[in-house]
Design a binder for this molecule. Structure first.
Ligand SMILES: NC(=O)C1=CN([C@@H]2O[C@H](COP(=O)(O)OP(=O)(O)OC[C@H]3O[C@@H](n4cnc5c(N)ncnc54)[C@H](OP(=O)(O)O)[C@@H]3O)[C@@H](O)[C@H]2O)C=CC1
Ligand SMILES: Cc1cn([C@H]2C[C@H](O)[C@@H](COP(=O)(O)OP(=O)(O)O[C@H]3O[C@@H](C)C(=O)[C@@H](O)[C@H]3O)O2)c(=O)[nH]c1=O
Ligand SMILES: [Mg+2]
Length: 292
């Protein structure tokens, strides 16, 4: 099986390069050889790779910057998935794509299922939702894994930001009224690999699957958790968990609004693919050991 992997240098893409090794031959595509903002180039690079599966781990993920760069976010997040789907359709390749909890408004007071209506509050969320629709409209065989609060050992993520700030500053302020489920890049990659492996036996239905760890916390809870782990590992920390103030969203204004409660219900994924989803703290242990 030939697997073309876009965004191979990102958090999830990096883990996929490991997790997909026993699934098939991975053809990593990075921005240099395959720029998602260049739709003709994207089509040519994917076609030349002759894939049986296309895994798209590339995206425009800078949530606040997207508010002032909507055209670029639109090209990468909304239009490119349509091109990827069109190539998948032509080649008969399955497309695996990732989306986000930020397609939701965050006001439901229970975990969102795949059939709940999305209502994005930001350019990032709106363009990611448009990308889901563009891919589905191509008629390619596809799975869209909606995930959340991704934490990889490298790359840009909230956990690493908190560790850096806690080493630099005496105190931190972190919002406590936005909740969701931290999910490691490794878990996302491993579930993707298991889904593709199982696909040969019993093809799973196309469509959207929510893919997060279980349990939930706030950004404040997550900050305290990773800072505590760093202290326990003997890291020089200036701001311990006791120095992380729990603040409200209105006290931390950002260009892009975030959902208040973006928990995702993962029953569909577990039923269809037979995967076990660990709680977020257990999944994070391994990634935190790598970071620390
Ligand atoms: N990060 C998160 O918290 C969450 C992410 N997701 C989704 O999961 C998926 C993976 O995200 P994650 O791994 O965290 O993202 P990262 O930001 O870590 O990685 C994104 C990758 O996309 C690449 N990329 C960006 N622009 C282009 C472009 N124009 N052409 C080619 N490649 C490009 C980046 O390349 P380069 O390194 O060169 O910039 C990078 O390799 C995405 O679909 C994202 O929307 C969903 C929920 C939460
Ligand atoms: C740095 C910082 C952030 N915050 C707040 C801002 C925001 O409300 C929240 C999260 O901040 P970040 O900007 O790090 O996280 P953000 O970029 O919003 O993370 C999101 O990324 C995209 C790609 C997704 O798809 C989402 O699932 C989610 O992971 O924490 C603080 O309260 N204090 C701080 O010191
Ligand atoms: Mg961010």
């Amino acid at each position: 099986m030939r697997i073309a992997l876009t965004g191979s240098g990102g958090q999830v893409g990096f883990e996929l390069r490991r997790a997909l090794l026993p699934v098939g031959e991975v053809i990593p595509l990075d921005r240099g050889g395959c720029d998602l903002a260049n739709l003709d180039g994207l089509r040519a690079a994917l076609t030349a790779a002759r894939p049986d599966v296309i895994v798209n781990a590339a995206a425009y993920t800078a949530v606040d910057r997207a508010e002032s760069e909507p055209a670029l976010a639109e090209a990468i997040n909304a239009e490119a998935p349509g091109v990827i789907g069109a190539v998948g359709r032509e080649l008969g390749a399955r497309v695996v794509h990732y989306s986000t909890d930020y397609v939701f408004e965050g006001t439901l007071d229970r975990p969102y299922t795949e059939t709940d209506a999305p209502h994005p509050q930001s350019v990032y969320g709106r363009t990611k939702l448009a990308g889901e629709a563009a891919l589905a409209a191509t008629g390619a065989r596809h799975w869209i894994f909606r995930t959340a609060w991704v934490i990889g050992a490298r790359g840009h993520n909230f956990a690493r930001t908190m560790l850096r700030l806690a080493a630099e500053r005496d105190s931190l302020r972190v919002v406590a009224d936005q909740i969701g489920t931290p999910t490691t890049a490794a878990l996302i990659a491993d579930v993707t690999a298991q889904a593709l492996t199982r696909d040969g036996e019993r093809p799973a239905e196309d469509g959207i699957y929510h893919l997060t760890a279980t349990g939930h916390t706030s950004w404040h809870g997550l900050a305290c958790h990773v800072i505590e782990a760093a202290r326990a590992a003997g890291h020089p920390i200036k701001a311990g968990p006791e120095s992380v103030a729990a603040i409200s969203t209105e006290d931390f204004p950002t260009p892009a609004p975030r959902p208040a409660d973006s928990r995702l219900a993962t029953d569909r994924l577990r039923q269809v693919f037979g995967v076990h989803l660990p709680d977020w703290q257990t999944a994070l242990e391994h990634t935190l050991e790598q970071i620390l």
